[in-house]
Write a protein of this length. Sequence first.
Length: 428
Amino acid sequence: MDFSIALSSVLLLVFLFLKVPVFISILGAAATYFALHTEINSVILAQRVLAGSQSIPLLAIPFFVCAGVFMNYTGVTKRIVDFCEAVVGNIIGGIGHVTVLVATLMGGLSGSNLADAAMEAKMLVPEMEKRGFSKAFGSVLVATSAIITPLIPPGIAMIIYGSIANVSIGKLFVAGIGPGVILCVTLMILVALVSYKRGYRSTIKVDTSAARVWKTFRGAFLPLCLPVIIIGGIRIGAFTPTEAGSVAIVYSLFLGFIYREMTLKDVIRGMKETVLTSSAIMLIIAAASAFAWALTKEKVPQYFTGLFIEHLNNPVIFLLCVNLFLLIIGMFIEGNAAMIILVPLLAPLAKHFGIDEIHFAMVVIFNFALGAISPPMGTLMFVTCSITKCPMGRFIKEAIPFYILLLACLLLLTFVPSFSTALVNLIY
């Protein structure tokens, strides 16, 4: 392996440890490689950065981000919270179950785990504290529940993975439903066990009558139709995944008109939020594209392929090594950036071992989702704690049973491919 690419990789890690912004860290590492290779025209660096962001499938990212932002201004969140509370509000750990259900349902609307975590931290953690839950438990539950968002369509991680690995984004949307539901159910079981053990029983009686369930369901019905419209439209060929993003924007504006809770000022504010959020994601993608080009030029994917084939020519060992490697990487590097750099290395290896491309995609996405709540640089952990004012040490201590549960789900997802592929095979 060329010395320059090894040095660039080390510098990337050093920059990240020094808490340099992610896109600057990656761009700095790529620029170092080009600086050491004077025979390569430096213009190529700028070309690769621009080319990395100029992809039709990636247009879906700002579209879905915009739709999710608009949804927050239409009163959709409150309607979904009311519906979830009407369904599970009175069982042991009721408000905890509401948090998990809201994350699952809102994940299909926003596609952004950070946005969902911020929203739930503001809305639900204070409510959990009122009903007897500790702040640390509420913060961990919100952050962990937000992991479901990248798995439920239309997750942004699926769009990025599909565009990099040339995998059907429509199939990835469908594949995410199984892992998302599994994580939702297992989290609710853990919430019930912890609530029973600690006596988290609210003194506030919630109306869970059939009449209220029906009333709140009617209020939440139209927003909950969005994932069905997106997947159904893509499946029948009515629109592409990118066009589905624009359909989602129109639908969110339609809901704003129906509910009469979104003003012109909200639309302008929402567009500003979309630009800020999307630009942050696209800067990382653009920078990572330049670094990925350097890795490809130096034949790093072929090097690792040869290494695995020579020493670990077994699909089970390969999957275990990938899980361990991605879990560690996810602790230090932002998931989308790591995905752009590593997927071109790992996807060909998975293909060599005969691993289904959809199954492998969900394993990778799930791994990076776990990294978002793992110390020392878990983004979901930082976002949630900054809003709830929960000390980081208490958060990590409270999160231990959640980490164990998530690792168990990861192993289940890794070695039972049907959780990812069954629905895809049924629909496609």
